[in-house]
Design a protein around this ligand. Structure first.
Ligand code: ATP
Ligand code: MG
Length: 196
Protein backbone atom coordinates (compact mmCIF):
# COMPACT_ATOMS: atom_id res chain seq x y z
CA UNK A 1 0.00 0.00 0.00
CA UNK A 2 0.95 3.61 -0.33
CA UNK A 3 1.91 5.57 2.75
CA UNK A 4 2.93 9.24 2.88
CA UNK A 5 6.52 8.11 3.55
CA UNK A 6 6.89 5.52 0.79
CA UNK A 7 5.09 7.71 -1.75
CA UNK A 8 7.48 10.60 -1.12
CA UNK A 9 10.41 8.16 -1.23
CA UNK A 10 9.14 6.73 -4.53
CA UNK A 11 8.80 10.14 -6.17
CA UNK A 12 12.15 11.35 -4.85
CA UNK A 13 13.88 8.29 -6.35
CA UNK A 14 11.99 8.97 -9.59
CA UNK A 15 13.31 12.54 -9.68
CA UNK A 16 16.87 11.23 -9.15
CA UNK A 17 16.53 8.65 -11.91
CA UNK A 18 15.13 11.21 -14.34
CA UNK A 19 18.04 13.52 -13.56
CA UNK A 20 20.54 10.71 -14.15
CA UNK A 21 18.84 9.73 -17.42
CA UNK A 22 18.06 13.23 -18.70
CA UNK A 23 20.45 13.05 -21.66
CA UNK A 24 19.39 9.51 -22.52
CA UNK A 25 15.68 10.46 -22.58
CA UNK A 26 16.35 13.50 -24.74
CA UNK A 27 18.42 11.35 -27.11
CA UNK A 28 15.48 8.96 -27.47
CA UNK A 29 13.25 11.95 -28.21
CA UNK A 30 15.81 13.31 -30.67
CA UNK A 31 15.29 10.21 -32.81
CA UNK A 32 11.50 10.37 -33.07
CA UNK A 33 10.48 13.76 -31.61
CA UNK A 34 12.00 17.12 -30.83
CA UNK A 35 14.66 16.09 -28.32
CA UNK A 36 13.18 17.71 -25.24
CA UNK A 37 11.74 14.84 -23.21
CA UNK A 38 14.70 14.55 -20.81
CA UNK A 39 14.87 18.27 -20.07
CA UNK A 40 11.07 18.51 -19.81
CA UNK A 41 10.93 15.66 -17.32
CA UNK A 42 13.97 16.81 -15.33
CA UNK A 43 12.50 20.30 -14.92
CA UNK A 44 9.21 18.86 -13.68
CA UNK A 45 10.56 16.17 -11.39
CA UNK A 46 13.15 18.51 -9.82
CA UNK A 47 10.34 20.96 -8.98
CA UNK A 48 8.25 18.08 -7.63
CA UNK A 49 11.12 16.82 -5.45
CA UNK A 50 11.53 20.29 -3.94
CA UNK A 51 7.78 20.74 -3.42
CA UNK A 52 7.67 17.43 -1.53
CA UNK A 53 10.17 18.76 1.03
CA UNK A 54 8.51 22.13 1.56
CA UNK A 55 5.61 21.19 3.81
CA UNK A 56 4.38 18.27 5.87
CA UNK A 57 1.89 15.93 4.19
CA UNK A 58 -0.97 14.33 6.10
CA UNK A 59 -2.30 12.07 3.38
CA UNK A 60 -1.14 10.16 0.31
CA UNK A 61 -3.74 12.11 -1.62
CA UNK A 62 -1.99 15.37 -0.73
CA UNK A 63 1.34 13.96 -1.93
CA UNK A 64 -0.18 12.95 -5.27
CA UNK A 65 -1.92 16.33 -5.61
CA UNK A 66 1.31 18.24 -5.09
CA UNK A 67 3.08 15.94 -7.56
CA UNK A 68 0.28 16.47 -10.10
CA UNK A 69 0.38 20.24 -9.84
CA UNK A 70 4.15 20.58 -10.12
CA UNK A 71 4.44 18.07 -12.98
CA UNK A 72 1.56 19.69 -14.84
CA UNK A 73 2.94 23.19 -14.53
CA UNK A 74 6.66 22.45 -14.97
CA UNK A 75 7.15 19.59 -17.46
CA UNK A 76 5.38 21.27 -20.38
CA UNK A 77 5.14 19.65 -23.83
CA UNK A 78 2.79 16.76 -24.40
CA UNK A 79 4.00 14.76 -21.44
CA UNK A 80 3.33 17.45 -18.76
CA UNK A 81 -0.47 17.28 -19.05
CA UNK A 82 -0.25 13.48 -19.41
CA UNK A 83 1.80 12.92 -16.23
CA UNK A 84 -0.29 15.62 -14.53
CA UNK A 85 -3.49 13.78 -15.45
CA UNK A 86 -2.02 10.52 -14.19
CA UNK A 87 -1.26 11.98 -10.77
CA UNK A 88 -4.63 13.74 -10.57
CA UNK A 89 -6.28 10.38 -11.24
CA UNK A 90 -4.16 8.71 -8.57
CA UNK A 91 -4.94 11.50 -6.09
CA UNK A 92 -8.67 11.07 -6.65
CA UNK A 93 -8.48 7.31 -6.32
CA UNK A 94 -6.54 7.52 -3.04
CA UNK A 95 -9.09 9.81 -1.39
CA UNK A 96 -10.65 7.14 0.82
CA UNK A 97 -7.88 4.59 1.05
CA UNK A 98 -4.38 4.29 -0.35
CA UNK A 99 -4.23 0.54 0.14
CA UNK A 100 -5.40 -0.63 -3.30
CA UNK A 101 -2.23 -0.24 -5.32
CA UNK A 102 -3.53 -1.64 -8.65
CA UNK A 103 -6.66 0.55 -8.47
CA UNK A 104 -4.59 3.67 -7.86
CA UNK A 105 -2.17 3.03 -10.73
CA UNK A 106 -5.11 2.10 -12.95
CA UNK A 107 -6.69 5.47 -12.14
CA UNK A 108 -3.42 7.06 -13.28
CA UNK A 109 -3.57 5.13 -16.55
CA UNK A 110 -7.20 6.19 -17.04
CA UNK A 111 -6.15 9.82 -16.54
CA UNK A 112 -3.51 9.45 -19.26
CA UNK A 113 -5.90 7.75 -21.68
CA UNK A 114 -8.72 10.20 -21.05
CA UNK A 115 -6.42 13.05 -21.96
CA UNK A 116 -4.28 11.49 -24.70
CA UNK A 117 -6.61 8.87 -26.21
CA UNK A 118 -3.73 6.43 -26.79
CA UNK A 119 -4.38 2.69 -26.85
CA UNK A 120 -2.10 -0.32 -26.46
CA UNK A 121 0.44 -0.51 -29.29
CA UNK A 122 0.36 3.21 -30.17
CA UNK A 123 3.99 3.55 -28.98
CA UNK A 124 3.44 5.81 -25.97
CA UNK A 125 3.81 5.70 -22.19
CA UNK A 126 0.49 3.78 -22.19
CA UNK A 127 2.43 0.74 -23.43
CA UNK A 128 4.19 0.68 -20.05
CA UNK A 129 1.31 1.77 -17.79
CA UNK A 130 -1.12 -0.84 -19.16
CA UNK A 131 1.01 -3.94 -18.50
CA UNK A 132 2.16 -2.50 -15.17
CA UNK A 133 -1.47 -2.24 -14.01
CA UNK A 134 -2.04 -5.79 -15.17
CA UNK A 135 1.08 -7.06 -13.40
CA UNK A 136 0.12 -5.27 -10.18
CA UNK A 137 -3.28 -6.99 -10.26
CA UNK A 138 -1.45 -10.32 -10.43
CA UNK A 139 1.24 -9.34 -7.94
CA UNK A 140 3.79 -9.91 -10.68
CA UNK A 141 5.48 -6.53 -11.15
CA UNK A 142 9.25 -6.75 -11.60
CA UNK A 143 12.00 -4.60 -13.07
CA UNK A 144 12.44 -7.22 -15.79
CA UNK A 145 8.80 -6.90 -16.83
CA UNK A 146 9.05 -3.10 -16.85
CA UNK A 147 12.21 -3.20 -18.96
CA UNK A 148 10.70 -5.62 -21.46
CA UNK A 149 7.65 -3.38 -21.89
CA UNK A 150 9.81 -0.29 -22.42
CA UNK A 151 11.85 -2.28 -24.94
CA UNK A 152 8.69 -3.51 -26.71
CA UNK A 153 7.95 0.03 -27.92
CA UNK A 154 11.03 -0.12 -30.18
CA UNK A 155 9.24 -2.23 -32.79
CA UNK A 156 6.02 -0.22 -32.66
CA UNK A 157 4.90 2.44 -35.12
CA UNK A 158 3.81 5.66 -33.38
CA UNK A 159 0.14 6.51 -33.69
CA UNK A 160 0.00 9.38 -31.20
CA UNK A 161 2.02 12.49 -30.45
CA UNK A 162 4.84 14.10 -32.37
CA UNK A 163 6.45 10.73 -33.27
CA UNK A 164 3.35 9.76 -35.27
CA UNK A 165 4.30 12.37 -37.90
CA UNK A 166 7.20 10.08 -38.83
CA UNK A 167 4.95 7.16 -39.77
CA UNK A 168 6.99 4.04 -40.51
CA UNK A 169 10.22 5.86 -39.67
CA UNK A 170 9.19 5.91 -36.01
CA UNK A 171 9.85 2.17 -35.75
CA UNK A 172 13.24 1.00 -34.50
CA UNK A 173 13.41 3.48 -31.60
CA UNK A 174 12.28 3.17 -27.98
CA UNK A 175 9.53 5.64 -27.07
CA UNK A 176 10.87 8.33 -24.69
CA UNK A 177 7.67 8.57 -22.62
CA UNK A 178 7.57 4.80 -22.23
CA UNK A 179 11.17 4.98 -21.03
CA UNK A 180 10.46 7.70 -18.44
CA UNK A 181 7.41 5.76 -17.25
CA UNK A 182 9.65 2.70 -16.89
CA UNK A 183 11.83 4.76 -14.55
CA UNK A 184 8.70 5.77 -12.62
CA UNK A 185 7.77 2.16 -11.93
CA UNK A 186 11.32 0.98 -11.23
CA UNK A 187 11.44 3.77 -8.65
CA UNK A 188 8.19 2.50 -7.17
CA UNK A 189 9.77 -0.91 -6.63
CA UNK A 190 12.91 0.64 -5.14
CA UNK A 191 10.81 2.87 -2.87
CA UNK A 192 9.45 -0.26 -1.19
CA UNK A 193 5.82 0.43 -2.06
CA UNK A 194 5.20 -3.20 -3.05
CA UNK A 195 6.42 -4.53 0.30
CA UNK A 196 4.02 -2.65 2.55
N1 ATP B 1 -1.58 10.99 -26.86
C1 ATP B 1 -0.63 10.50 -26.07
N2 ATP B 1 -0.94 9.59 -25.12
C2 ATP B 1 0.01 9.08 -24.31
N3 ATP B 1 1.30 9.44 -24.36
C3 ATP B 1 1.66 10.34 -25.29
C4 ATP B 1 0.72 10.92 -26.19
N4 ATP B 1 1.39 11.80 -26.98
C5 ATP B 1 2.68 11.77 -26.59
N5 ATP B 1 2.84 10.90 -25.59
C6 ATP B 1 4.05 10.60 -24.85
O1 ATP B 1 4.80 11.80 -24.70
C7 ATP B 1 6.16 11.56 -25.05
C8 ATP B 1 6.79 12.84 -25.59
O2 ATP B 1 6.87 13.76 -24.54
P1 ATP B 1 7.64 15.16 -24.70
O3 ATP B 1 7.87 15.68 -23.33
O4 ATP B 1 8.81 15.01 -25.57
O5 ATP B 1 6.55 16.06 -25.38
P2 ATP B 1 6.50 16.63 -26.88
O6 ATP B 1 5.80 15.62 -27.72
O7 ATP B 1 7.85 17.06 -27.29
O8 ATP B 1 5.55 17.85 -26.67
P3 ATP B 1 5.35 19.10 -27.67
O9 ATP B 1 4.76 18.47 -28.89
O10 ATP B 1 4.39 19.99 -26.94
O11 ATP B 1 6.71 19.70 -27.86
C9 ATP B 1 6.09 10.43 -26.05
O12 ATP B 1 7.28 9.68 -26.03
C10 ATP B 1 4.89 9.60 -25.60
O13 ATP B 1 5.24 8.57 -24.69
MG1 MG C 1 9.54 15.99 -27.20
Amino acid sequence: MFTVENTIKWLTIFAQKIDENKAYLSNLDQAIGDGDHGTNMARGTAAMKTALTEKPFDTVQDVFKTAAMTLLSKIGGASGPLYGSAFIGMAKQSADTASDLPAIIQAGLEGIQKRGKAEAGDKTMVDVWLPVVDALKHKALSKELIQSKVQSTEAMKAKKGRASYLGDRSTGHIDPGASSSGLLFESMIEGGVLNE
